[in-house]
Design a protein around this ligand. Structure first.
Ligand SMILES: [Zn+2]
Length: 297
């Protein structure tokens, strides 16, 4: 990230070793997993046990989250020269669905077969594994950059996918700024990179982006609230461990109806994250960073 060689071990997590650059604070896995390994991890491990089920069935949460994200970056979106958007790593497609409802033409790229099928068959979205040619008014990557094998090359590709004046919107965690005594939840092994805010500004600047703006969102409160709820649930229903859904082979199911109490809890947590999180952003370093940048005209 900064070409320094002052790199030392940071911590070990799930058998994977994070390292940190003491010059710029960048935290990353060594050895760096290959693109093939990352894809395998997604499909076989992360996907099978968490992402596919939660993304697709959590429609209420995902739609609401999409609304919060888009409103947080609303100013940047309004600067888009054209109401066309490409989302990289669009998951089940709820955010694209929401943008489309707002009059945008949308396309998505997604590696997971289960998401692609869900987005195409259930939401009727133009989503595929291949990056479409052509240029867009906006390119979006929400919680994707940390997982990509080549973040620098990806930023260059994003610039190429934008019209002059087009906007890039991204969100990524900045666990790299977490103080050492709070280490241990960096999300190994699929979270390869943990950027600091200066890292992101440098990365985007080198790719040719201008007008980089960062909104910090404190996620510590939400994390604690989820942990507390988890403990509460554990006490009430100790045997309620759901079976892990199968990997990509299952047909895309319609999202199951979500109960009113669950929706209320989800709405409260999201409100905490995007409301209180914005207010408390400077009081705690465990933030997620919302970044907007522009391709020069
Ligand atoms: Zn560095």
């Amino acid at each position: 990230m900064c070409a320094s060689e002052r790199i030392g071990p940071h911590h070990e997590e799930a058998g994977f070793r994070y390292h940190r650059c003491s010059a710029c604070g960048f935290v990353f896995l060594l050895p760096i997993p290959s693109a093939e390994e990352l894809h395998r991890l997604y499909e076989e491990e992360v996907g099978a046990t968490f992402h596919h089920g939660a993304e697709i069935s959590g429609a209420f949460e995902k739609r609401r989250e999409a609304g919060f994200r888009l409103s947080l970056l609303g100013d940047a979106l309004r600067r888009s020269p054209e109401r066309s958007a490409l989302e990289i790593g669009c998951g089940a497609g709820y955010l694209l669905d929401r943008l489309r409802a707002g009059g945008w033409s949308v396309r998505g790229v997604e590696l997971s077969d289960a998401y692609v099928r869900f987005a195409r068959e259930r939401l009727r979205l133009d989503v595929g594994r291949e990056r479409p040619a052509g240029r867009f008014g906006a390119v979006l990557l929400f919680n994707v950059l940390s997982h990509l094998p080549e973040p620098e090359a990806e930023m260059a590709r994003c610039l190429g996918s934008l019209h002059p004046g087009g906007v890039l919107l991204l969100e990524t965690g900045n666990a790299a700024e977490v103080p050492p005594w709070r280490v241990g939840h960096f999300g190994a092994p699929d979270h390869v990179w943990h950027f600091t805010e200066p890292n992101l500004r440098a990365l985007l600047g080198r790719a040719g982006f201008v007008d980089v703006r960062v909104v910090r969102l404190n996620v510590e409160w939400q994390r604690r609230a989820i942990a507390a709820l988890g403990r509460l649930r554990g006490r009430r229903a100790p045997a309620a461990a759901p079976a892990a859904p199968g990997p990509a082979a299952a047909a895309p199911a319609a999202p199951s109806a979500e109960s009113l109490p669950k929706k209320a809890v989800v709405a409260a947590l999201l409100g905490l994250r995007f409301g209180a999180g914005r207010l408390l952003a400077d009081r705690d370093h465990f933030c997620t960073l919302f970044v907007s940048a522009r391709r020069p005209r």
